[in-house]
Ligand binder design. Structure first.
Ligand code: PLP
Length: 452
Protein backbone atom coordinates (compact mmCIF):
# COMPACT_ATOMS: atom_id res chain seq x y z
CA UNK A 1 0.00 0.00 0.00
CA UNK A 2 1.20 3.50 -0.76
CA UNK A 3 1.94 5.65 2.21
CA UNK A 4 0.06 8.88 2.78
CA UNK A 5 2.05 11.87 3.88
CA UNK A 6 1.14 15.18 5.44
CA UNK A 7 3.11 17.22 2.95
CA UNK A 8 2.65 20.63 4.58
CA UNK A 9 3.81 19.24 7.92
CA UNK A 10 6.82 17.51 6.34
CA UNK A 11 7.91 20.71 4.64
CA UNK A 12 7.53 22.63 7.89
CA UNK A 13 9.67 20.06 9.71
CA UNK A 14 12.17 20.15 6.85
CA UNK A 15 12.69 23.88 7.38
CA UNK A 16 12.75 23.60 11.16
CA UNK A 17 15.06 20.62 11.56
CA UNK A 18 16.85 19.54 8.41
CA UNK A 19 20.01 20.94 6.85
CA UNK A 20 20.20 19.30 3.43
CA UNK A 21 23.44 18.44 1.62
CA UNK A 22 24.94 20.94 -0.82
CA UNK A 23 22.22 23.57 -0.37
CA UNK A 24 21.76 27.28 0.17
CA UNK A 25 20.13 26.98 3.60
CA UNK A 26 18.61 30.46 3.51
CA UNK A 27 17.01 29.67 0.18
CA UNK A 28 15.66 26.36 1.49
CA UNK A 29 13.96 28.26 4.31
CA UNK A 30 12.66 30.93 1.94
CA UNK A 31 11.06 28.41 -0.41
CA UNK A 32 9.42 26.67 2.55
CA UNK A 33 11.29 23.38 2.46
CA UNK A 34 12.21 20.74 -0.06
CA UNK A 35 10.16 19.13 -2.80
CA UNK A 36 9.25 15.87 -1.09
CA UNK A 37 10.04 12.84 -3.25
CA UNK A 38 7.91 9.97 -2.02
CA UNK A 39 8.21 7.17 -4.56
CA UNK A 40 10.03 6.06 -7.65
CA UNK A 41 9.63 3.42 -10.30
CA UNK A 42 11.65 2.66 -13.44
CA UNK A 43 13.11 5.96 -14.64
CA UNK A 44 10.51 8.12 -12.86
CA UNK A 45 10.49 9.77 -9.45
CA UNK A 46 7.23 11.00 -7.96
CA UNK A 47 6.73 13.91 -5.58
CA UNK A 48 4.18 14.27 -2.82
CA UNK A 49 1.94 16.40 -5.04
CA UNK A 50 1.69 13.44 -7.40
CA UNK A 51 3.92 14.81 -10.16
CA UNK A 52 5.85 12.18 -12.11
CA UNK A 53 9.31 13.42 -13.10
CA UNK A 54 11.54 11.63 -15.59
CA UNK A 55 14.84 11.28 -13.73
CA UNK A 56 17.53 12.04 -16.28
CA UNK A 57 20.05 12.22 -13.41
CA UNK A 58 19.46 8.66 -12.10
CA UNK A 59 19.33 10.18 -8.62
CA UNK A 60 22.88 11.51 -8.39
CA UNK A 61 24.42 9.65 -11.34
CA UNK A 62 23.84 6.36 -9.58
CA UNK A 63 20.57 4.47 -10.14
CA UNK A 64 21.89 2.33 -13.02
CA UNK A 65 19.15 -0.33 -12.91
CA UNK A 66 16.27 2.09 -12.30
CA UNK A 67 13.95 2.38 -9.33
CA UNK A 68 11.60 -0.16 -7.78
CA UNK A 69 13.79 -3.26 -8.13
CA UNK A 70 12.29 -5.88 -5.86
CA UNK A 71 15.34 -8.15 -6.37
CA UNK A 72 17.52 -5.58 -4.61
CA UNK A 73 15.06 -5.22 -1.74
CA UNK A 74 14.95 -9.02 -1.38
CA UNK A 75 18.75 -9.28 -1.44
CA UNK A 76 18.94 -6.75 1.42
CA UNK A 77 16.13 -8.44 3.36
CA UNK A 78 17.62 -11.92 3.09
CA UNK A 79 21.13 -10.76 3.99
CA UNK A 80 19.83 -8.79 6.97
CA UNK A 81 18.17 -11.88 8.37
CA UNK A 82 21.30 -13.97 7.75
CA UNK A 83 23.97 -11.49 8.88
CA UNK A 84 23.02 -7.80 8.76
CA UNK A 85 26.39 -6.48 9.76
CA UNK A 86 29.81 -7.57 10.67
CA UNK A 87 33.19 -5.92 10.25
CA UNK A 88 36.52 -6.86 8.74
CA UNK A 89 38.72 -5.62 11.61
CA UNK A 90 39.15 -8.87 13.52
CA UNK A 91 40.57 -11.07 10.73
CA UNK A 92 36.91 -11.61 9.81
CA UNK A 93 34.92 -11.21 6.61
CA UNK A 94 31.43 -12.14 5.43
CA UNK A 95 30.56 -14.20 2.32
CA UNK A 96 28.99 -11.32 0.29
CA UNK A 97 31.99 -9.10 0.98
CA UNK A 98 34.45 -11.68 -0.33
CA UNK A 99 32.25 -12.59 -3.30
CA UNK A 100 31.84 -8.93 -4.23
CA UNK A 101 35.61 -8.32 -4.05
CA UNK A 102 36.16 -11.26 -6.38
CA UNK A 103 33.37 -10.15 -8.74
CA UNK A 104 34.61 -6.58 -9.00
CA UNK A 105 38.23 -7.55 -9.53
CA UNK A 106 37.04 -9.68 -12.47
CA UNK A 107 35.19 -6.68 -13.95
CA UNK A 108 38.23 -4.44 -13.41
CA UNK A 109 40.50 -6.91 -15.21
CA UNK A 110 44.24 -6.68 -15.72
CA UNK A 111 46.34 -6.47 -12.59
CA UNK A 112 43.58 -4.89 -10.46
CA UNK A 113 42.94 -8.10 -8.59
CA UNK A 114 42.15 -6.68 -5.13
CA UNK A 115 39.44 -4.45 -3.72
CA UNK A 116 39.18 -2.29 -0.55
CA UNK A 117 35.66 -1.38 0.60
CA UNK A 118 34.21 1.85 1.99
CA UNK A 119 30.71 3.36 2.10
CA UNK A 120 30.91 6.49 -0.06
CA UNK A 121 32.87 7.88 -2.96
CA UNK A 122 34.49 10.43 -0.66
CA UNK A 123 35.70 7.67 1.64
CA UNK A 124 37.10 5.77 -1.33
CA UNK A 125 39.06 8.92 -2.21
CA UNK A 126 40.43 9.18 1.34
CA UNK A 127 41.48 5.53 1.08
CA UNK A 128 43.31 6.30 -2.17
CA UNK A 129 45.16 9.29 -0.76
CA UNK A 130 46.29 7.34 2.30
CA UNK A 131 47.13 4.18 0.36
CA UNK A 132 49.10 5.99 -2.34
CA UNK A 133 51.16 7.88 0.23
CA UNK A 134 51.65 4.82 2.42
CA UNK A 135 52.78 2.84 -0.64
CA UNK A 136 55.61 5.29 -1.29
CA UNK A 137 56.54 5.44 2.40
CA UNK A 138 56.74 1.66 2.48
CA UNK A 139 58.94 1.74 -0.61
CA UNK A 140 61.33 4.06 1.23
CA UNK A 141 60.32 7.22 -0.66
CA UNK A 142 58.26 9.17 1.91
CA UNK A 143 58.96 12.46 0.11
CA UNK A 144 56.70 11.21 -2.70
CA UNK A 145 53.47 12.51 -1.20
CA UNK A 146 52.16 15.12 -3.64
CA UNK A 147 48.98 14.22 -5.48
CA UNK A 148 48.10 16.03 -8.67
CA UNK A 149 44.45 16.52 -9.59
CA UNK A 150 42.54 18.89 -11.88
CA UNK A 151 40.73 22.18 -11.69
CA UNK A 152 36.98 21.62 -11.62
CA UNK A 153 37.48 17.92 -10.84
CA UNK A 154 35.15 16.47 -8.20
CA UNK A 155 36.38 13.91 -5.69
CA UNK A 156 33.93 14.23 -2.83
CA UNK A 157 33.07 16.41 0.10
CA UNK A 158 35.19 15.16 3.00
CA UNK A 159 38.11 17.45 3.74
CA UNK A 160 40.47 15.23 1.74
CA UNK A 161 38.00 14.79 -1.13
CA UNK A 162 37.27 18.51 -1.35
CA UNK A 163 41.00 19.31 -1.16
CA UNK A 164 41.72 16.92 -4.00
CA UNK A 165 38.79 18.20 -6.05
CA UNK A 166 39.27 21.40 -7.96
CA UNK A 167 35.98 23.08 -7.13
CA UNK A 168 36.62 26.75 -6.42
CA UNK A 169 33.34 27.18 -4.55
CA UNK A 170 34.32 24.38 -2.16
CA UNK A 171 37.84 25.70 -1.66
CA UNK A 172 36.38 29.06 -0.68
CA UNK A 173 34.68 27.52 2.37
CA UNK A 174 36.03 25.68 5.38
CA UNK A 175 39.77 25.50 4.73
CA UNK A 176 42.64 25.15 5.49
CA UNK A 177 42.94 22.17 3.20
CA UNK A 178 44.89 18.95 3.08
CA UNK A 179 48.49 19.81 2.12
CA UNK A 180 50.44 18.20 -0.69
CA UNK A 181 47.80 18.56 -3.41
CA UNK A 182 48.33 20.36 -6.72
CA UNK A 183 45.91 21.11 -9.54
CA UNK A 184 46.33 21.33 -13.28
CA UNK A 185 43.97 22.52 -16.02
CA UNK A 186 40.99 20.48 -17.17
CA UNK A 187 40.60 19.13 -20.73
CA UNK A 188 37.48 21.22 -21.39
CA UNK A 189 37.49 21.80 -25.13
CA UNK A 190 34.25 23.78 -25.41
CA UNK A 191 35.30 26.19 -22.67
CA UNK A 192 39.08 26.45 -22.96
CA UNK A 193 39.84 25.39 -26.51
CA UNK A 194 36.82 26.52 -28.49
CA UNK A 195 37.44 26.00 -32.20
CA UNK A 196 40.82 24.33 -31.61
CA UNK A 197 41.83 20.97 -33.02
CA UNK A 198 40.59 18.47 -30.40
CA UNK A 199 43.58 16.14 -30.72
CA UNK A 200 46.13 18.89 -30.23
CA UNK A 201 44.06 20.38 -27.40
CA UNK A 202 43.92 16.99 -25.64
CA UNK A 203 47.68 16.59 -25.88
CA UNK A 204 48.32 20.10 -24.60
CA UNK A 205 45.98 19.52 -21.64
CA UNK A 206 47.85 16.29 -20.83
CA UNK A 207 51.20 18.07 -21.09
CA UNK A 208 50.09 20.30 -18.22
CA UNK A 209 50.63 17.22 -16.05
CA UNK A 210 54.24 16.88 -17.12
CA UNK A 211 54.82 20.59 -16.50
CA UNK A 212 53.39 20.28 -13.01
CA UNK A 213 55.47 17.17 -12.24
CA UNK A 214 58.64 19.02 -13.27
CA UNK A 215 57.62 22.09 -11.26
CA UNK A 216 56.95 20.03 -8.10
CA UNK A 217 59.91 17.70 -8.67
CA UNK A 218 59.20 14.17 -9.93
CA UNK A 219 60.71 12.64 -6.79
CA UNK A 220 57.96 14.32 -4.73
CA UNK A 221 54.93 13.20 -6.75
CA UNK A 222 52.94 10.19 -5.53
CA UNK A 223 50.00 10.07 -7.94
CA UNK A 224 47.79 11.74 -10.51
CA UNK A 225 44.01 11.40 -10.21
CA UNK A 226 41.23 12.22 -12.66
CA UNK A 227 37.69 11.23 -13.54
CA UNK A 228 37.65 9.54 -16.98
CA UNK A 229 34.86 12.01 -17.86
CA UNK A 230 34.55 14.87 -15.36
CA UNK A 231 30.99 14.54 -14.07
CA UNK A 232 30.03 17.18 -11.52
CA UNK A 233 32.37 19.64 -13.26
CA UNK A 234 30.03 19.62 -16.25
CA UNK A 235 30.38 16.28 -18.10
CA UNK A 236 33.70 17.19 -19.66
CA UNK A 237 34.58 14.51 -22.20
CA UNK A 238 38.29 14.73 -22.99
CA UNK A 239 39.58 14.38 -26.56
CA UNK A 240 40.77 10.82 -27.20
CA UNK A 241 44.41 11.90 -27.20
CA UNK A 242 44.20 13.00 -23.56
CA UNK A 243 44.20 9.87 -21.40
CA UNK A 244 46.82 7.84 -23.30
CA UNK A 245 49.18 10.79 -23.02
CA UNK A 246 48.43 11.25 -19.31
CA UNK A 247 49.16 7.56 -18.81
CA UNK A 248 52.46 7.80 -20.69
CA UNK A 249 53.51 10.79 -18.55
CA UNK A 250 52.67 8.92 -15.32
CA UNK A 251 54.74 5.95 -16.50
CA UNK A 252 57.64 8.16 -17.56
CA UNK A 253 57.95 9.57 -14.02
CA UNK A 254 56.90 6.40 -12.20
CA UNK A 255 53.87 8.01 -10.52
CA UNK A 256 50.65 6.18 -9.74
CA UNK A 257 47.72 6.71 -12.10
CA UNK A 258 44.36 6.89 -10.37
CA UNK A 259 41.00 6.72 -12.12
CA UNK A 260 38.09 8.16 -10.14
CA UNK A 261 35.37 5.99 -11.59
CA UNK A 262 32.69 6.97 -9.06
CA UNK A 263 30.44 8.26 -11.85
CA UNK A 264 31.93 6.55 -14.92
CA UNK A 265 32.03 3.09 -13.33
CA UNK A 266 29.32 0.47 -13.71
CA UNK A 267 28.48 0.94 -17.33
CA UNK A 268 28.00 4.69 -17.62
CA UNK A 269 30.35 5.04 -20.63
CA UNK A 270 29.43 1.66 -22.15
CA UNK A 271 32.21 -0.32 -20.44
CA UNK A 272 32.20 -1.64 -16.89
CA UNK A 273 34.63 1.13 -15.98
CA UNK A 274 35.32 4.51 -17.54
CA UNK A 275 39.08 3.94 -17.76
CA UNK A 276 38.39 0.91 -19.96
CA UNK A 277 36.70 3.13 -22.53
CA UNK A 278 39.86 5.22 -22.79
CA UNK A 279 42.10 2.14 -22.89
CA UNK A 280 44.34 3.02 -19.95
CA UNK A 281 45.60 0.91 -17.04
CA UNK A 282 45.32 2.74 -13.72
CA UNK A 283 47.01 1.57 -10.51
CA UNK A 284 44.07 2.56 -8.29
CA UNK A 285 40.38 2.94 -9.16
CA UNK A 286 37.63 4.44 -7.00
CA UNK A 287 34.02 3.39 -7.52
CA UNK A 288 30.68 3.93 -5.70
CA UNK A 289 27.24 5.09 -6.90
CA UNK A 290 26.29 2.61 -9.67
CA UNK A 291 27.95 -0.19 -7.72
CA UNK A 292 24.70 -0.69 -5.80
CA UNK A 293 22.57 1.57 -8.03
CA UNK A 294 22.43 3.76 -4.92
CA UNK A 295 20.09 1.34 -3.12
CA UNK A 296 22.58 1.17 -0.23
CA UNK A 297 25.77 3.15 0.32
CA UNK A 298 28.87 1.21 -0.71
CA UNK A 299 32.12 2.10 -2.46
CA UNK A 300 35.40 0.44 -3.30
CA UNK A 301 38.95 0.99 -4.41
CA UNK A 302 40.47 -1.38 -6.96
CA UNK A 303 44.17 -1.90 -6.19
CA UNK A 304 46.90 -3.06 -8.59
CA UNK A 305 49.02 -6.07 -7.70
CA UNK A 306 52.27 -4.16 -7.25
CA UNK A 307 50.62 -2.00 -4.56
CA UNK A 308 49.15 -5.08 -2.86
CA UNK A 309 52.62 -6.66 -2.82
CA UNK A 310 54.03 -3.62 -1.02
CA UNK A 311 51.14 -3.58 1.49
CA UNK A 312 51.81 -7.25 2.15
CA UNK A 313 55.53 -6.75 2.65
CA UNK A 314 55.25 -4.08 5.35
CA UNK A 315 54.88 -6.51 8.25
CA UNK A 316 52.45 -4.20 10.05
CA UNK A 317 48.84 -3.01 9.86
CA UNK A 318 47.80 -0.49 7.20
CA UNK A 319 45.94 1.48 9.85
CA UNK A 320 43.03 2.55 7.71
CA UNK A 321 39.41 1.46 7.32
CA UNK A 322 35.86 2.11 8.36
CA UNK A 323 33.19 0.51 10.53
CA UNK A 324 31.22 -0.19 7.38
CA UNK A 325 34.10 -1.40 5.17
CA UNK A 326 32.77 -4.52 3.49
CA UNK A 327 29.25 -4.14 4.92
CA UNK A 328 27.54 -7.50 4.25
CA UNK A 329 24.08 -6.15 3.41
CA UNK A 330 25.43 -3.42 1.14
CA UNK A 331 27.70 -6.00 -0.50
CA UNK A 332 24.77 -8.38 -1.07
CA UNK A 333 22.83 -5.56 -2.76
CA UNK A 334 25.84 -4.63 -4.91
CA UNK A 335 26.24 -8.27 -6.00
CA UNK A 336 22.57 -8.47 -6.97
CA UNK A 337 22.82 -5.12 -8.77
CA UNK A 338 25.75 -6.39 -10.86
CA UNK A 339 23.80 -9.57 -11.58
CA UNK A 340 20.87 -7.51 -12.88
CA UNK A 341 23.22 -5.45 -15.04
CA UNK A 342 24.69 -8.64 -16.49
CA UNK A 343 21.33 -10.35 -17.03
CA UNK A 344 19.92 -7.29 -18.79
CA UNK A 345 23.14 -6.69 -20.71
CA UNK A 346 23.06 -3.04 -19.63
CA UNK A 347 26.70 -2.29 -20.33
CA UNK A 348 26.62 -3.54 -23.93
CA UNK A 349 23.21 -1.93 -24.42
CA UNK A 350 24.66 1.42 -23.29
CA UNK A 351 27.64 1.02 -25.61
CA UNK A 352 25.81 -0.22 -28.71
CA UNK A 353 22.20 0.92 -28.42
CA UNK A 354 21.02 3.56 -25.96
CA UNK A 355 24.33 5.49 -25.85
CA UNK A 356 24.53 5.92 -29.64
CA UNK A 357 20.80 6.73 -29.69
CA UNK A 358 21.28 9.50 -27.10
CA UNK A 359 24.23 10.80 -29.14
CA UNK A 360 22.03 11.03 -32.27
CA UNK A 361 19.30 12.86 -30.40
CA UNK A 362 21.88 15.22 -28.83
CA UNK A 363 23.24 15.99 -32.30
CA UNK A 364 19.75 17.16 -33.30
CA UNK A 365 19.42 19.19 -30.08
CA UNK A 366 22.72 20.92 -30.95
CA UNK A 367 20.83 22.70 -33.77
CA UNK A 368 18.74 24.64 -31.24
CA UNK A 369 19.54 28.38 -31.35
CA UNK A 370 20.46 28.46 -27.64
CA UNK A 371 22.68 25.37 -27.73
CA UNK A 372 26.41 25.78 -28.30
CA UNK A 373 27.20 22.09 -27.96
CA UNK A 374 25.28 18.96 -26.97
CA UNK A 375 27.72 16.16 -26.22
CA UNK A 376 27.40 12.67 -24.77
CA UNK A 377 29.34 9.47 -24.30
CA UNK A 378 27.46 6.33 -23.34
CA UNK A 379 24.66 7.55 -21.08
CA UNK A 380 26.19 10.75 -19.77
CA UNK A 381 25.79 14.08 -21.49
CA UNK A 382 25.77 17.86 -21.33
CA UNK A 383 24.03 20.69 -23.15
CA UNK A 384 25.95 23.97 -23.31
CA UNK A 385 23.62 26.97 -23.34
CA UNK A 386 25.02 29.97 -25.22
CA UNK A 387 23.86 33.54 -25.78
CA UNK A 388 25.13 33.59 -29.37
CA UNK A 389 24.87 30.61 -31.69
CA UNK A 390 28.20 29.47 -33.12
CA UNK A 391 30.18 30.78 -30.14
CA UNK A 392 30.84 29.66 -26.58
CA UNK A 393 29.54 32.93 -25.10
CA UNK A 394 27.49 32.37 -21.94
CA UNK A 395 24.56 34.32 -20.61
CA UNK A 396 25.91 35.08 -17.15
CA UNK A 397 23.93 38.19 -16.28
CA UNK A 398 21.89 39.22 -13.30
CA UNK A 399 19.52 36.24 -13.31
CA UNK A 400 22.44 33.88 -12.70
CA UNK A 401 23.69 31.11 -14.91
CA UNK A 402 21.25 30.07 -17.62
CA UNK A 403 21.64 26.42 -16.62
CA UNK A 404 19.74 26.98 -13.40
CA UNK A 405 16.91 28.85 -15.13
CA UNK A 406 16.43 26.20 -17.81
CA UNK A 407 16.79 23.40 -15.26
CA UNK A 408 13.93 24.82 -13.21
CA UNK A 409 11.75 25.00 -16.32
CA UNK A 410 12.69 21.40 -17.16
CA UNK A 411 11.61 20.23 -13.69
CA UNK A 412 8.28 22.05 -14.10
CA UNK A 413 7.96 20.26 -17.43
CA UNK A 414 8.54 16.89 -15.75
CA UNK A 415 12.27 16.33 -16.29
CA UNK A 416 15.00 16.17 -13.64
CA UNK A 417 18.30 17.43 -15.03
CA UNK A 418 21.14 19.16 -13.22
CA UNK A 419 22.58 22.60 -13.90
CA UNK A 420 26.33 23.21 -13.97
CA UNK A 421 26.95 26.89 -14.67
CA UNK A 422 25.46 27.58 -18.13
CA UNK A 423 24.94 23.94 -18.98
CA UNK A 424 22.54 21.11 -18.26
CA UNK A 425 23.96 17.69 -17.45
CA UNK A 426 22.31 14.28 -17.52
CA UNK A 427 23.09 10.71 -16.62
CA UNK A 428 19.89 8.64 -16.81
CA UNK A 429 19.36 5.08 -15.58
CA UNK A 430 21.00 2.53 -17.91
CA UNK A 431 17.57 0.92 -18.27
CA UNK A 432 16.23 3.98 -20.10
CA UNK A 433 14.20 3.36 -23.27
CA UNK A 434 14.47 5.13 -26.61
CA UNK A 435 11.10 6.75 -25.94
CA UNK A 436 12.34 8.12 -22.62
CA UNK A 437 15.51 9.44 -24.30
CA UNK A 438 13.22 11.19 -26.81
CA UNK A 439 11.32 12.69 -23.87
CA UNK A 440 14.54 13.98 -22.26
CA UNK A 441 15.65 15.73 -25.43
CA UNK A 442 12.18 17.03 -26.32
CA UNK A 443 11.59 18.47 -22.85
CA UNK A 444 15.00 20.18 -22.89
CA UNK A 445 14.25 21.70 -26.31
CA UNK A 446 10.80 22.86 -25.17
CA UNK A 447 12.24 24.29 -21.94
CA UNK A 448 14.93 26.18 -23.89
CA UNK A 449 12.18 27.63 -26.10
CA UNK A 450 10.28 28.75 -23.00
CA UNK A 451 13.42 30.30 -21.50
CA UNK A 452 14.26 32.22 -24.69
N1 PLP B 1 34.24 11.12 -6.99
C1 PLP B 1 33.43 11.47 -7.98
C2 PLP B 1 33.94 11.42 -9.39
C3 PLP B 1 32.11 11.86 -7.71
O1 PLP B 1 31.32 12.24 -8.71
C4 PLP B 1 31.67 11.85 -6.38
C5 PLP B 1 30.28 12.25 -6.06
O2 PLP B 1 29.56 12.78 -6.87
C6 PLP B 1 32.56 11.48 -5.37
C7 PLP B 1 33.83 11.11 -5.71
C8 PLP B 1 32.13 11.48 -3.95
O3 PLP B 1 31.20 10.49 -3.72
P1 PLP B 1 30.22 10.56 -2.44
O4 PLP B 1 29.29 11.70 -2.68
O5 PLP B 1 29.56 9.21 -2.46
O6 PLP B 1 31.07 10.73 -1.24
Amino acid sequence: ALKNYNVAELRRLDVEHHLAAQQDHGMMRDIGGARIITRADGCYIRDAEGNAILDAMAGLWCVQVGYGRKELASAAYEQMLELPYYNTFFKTASPPTIELASKISGLLGGNLSHVFFNSSGSEAIDTIIRMARFYWQAKGQPERHVIIARENGYHGSTIAGASLGGMRAMHAQGGPWVPGIEHIRQPYLFNDGFGEDPRAFGEAAADALEQKILEVGPERVAAFIGEPVQGAGGVIIPPETYWPRVEAICRKYGILLVSDDVICGFGRLGQWFGFQHFGIKPDLVSMAKGMSSGYLPISAVGVADHIVEVLRSVGDDFVHGYTYSGHPTAAAVALKNIEIMENEDLVRRTREDTGPYLARRMAALAEHPLVGEARSLGLIGAVEIVSKKGTNQRFGGSEGPAGRIVRDICITNGLMVRAVRDSLVMSPPLTISHGEIDDIVDIIAKSLDEAA
